[in-house]
Design a binder for this molecule. Structure first.
Ligand code: IDP
Ligand code: MG
Length: 153
């Protein structure tokens, strides 16, 4: 099973969409292995968005991510990284396909509801950035035999 990081961004808290977004991941069948509210800082965002530090929108992006606390989630499932990215959709909500989270809930390139890790390697680094090991829980969902075939997990 893979684990991946999802951040519900400040726009999602402000717009009262937290439950709806988490519900989509739950209904899909991903296991919630960790979840917490946290206020992001300049330091953690400099790391998290290091690949964007030369972009003209970098400070604006960081400010938007510090506008309220965020909710960090660790989601688990077979190929969870790819599954969650597919559910998230293209970065710009105006380009994201209907049916994806960004396609259904936003019209912005920046205020785009969620962050989702983009590879297994990134997911490991990002989960360690946002969660202590003891904040990630392992438990077996009772419906596991109905979520996956025996040879899938
Ligand atoms: P991703 O979130 O789809 O992985 P990245 O390219 O990693 O996209 O960018 C991280 C975040 O930076 C995006 O989710 C979005 O909030 C913001 N961002 C990306 N490109 C732009 C832009 O051109 N203008 C404003 N914000 C942007
Ligand atoms: Mg990214």
């Amino acid at each position: 099973m893979e684990q991946t990081l999802v951040l519900l961004k400040p726009c999602t808290l402000q717009r009262g969409l937290v439950g709806e977004i988490i519900s989509r991941f739950e209904k899909k069948g991903l296991r919630l292995a960790g979840m917490k509210m946290m206020q992001l800082t300049d330091a953690i965002l400099n790391e998290h968005y290091a690949h964007l530090r030369e972009k003209p929108f970098f400070q604006m992006l960081k400010d938007s991510m510090m506008a309220t606390p965020v909710i960090a989630c660790c989601l688990e499932g077979v190929e969870a990284v790819r599954v969650v990215r597919a559910m998230t959709g293209a970065t710009n909500g105006r380009n994201a396909d209907p049916g994806t989270i960004r396609g259904d809930y936003c019209v912005s390139n920046q205020q785009n509801i969620v962050h989702a890790s983009d590879s297994l390697e990134t997911a490991a680094v990002e989960l360690a950035r946002f969660f202590k090991p003891e904040e990630i829980f392992s438990y077996t969902p009772s419906n596991m035999n109905f979520m996956y075939a025996l040879d899938e997990r």
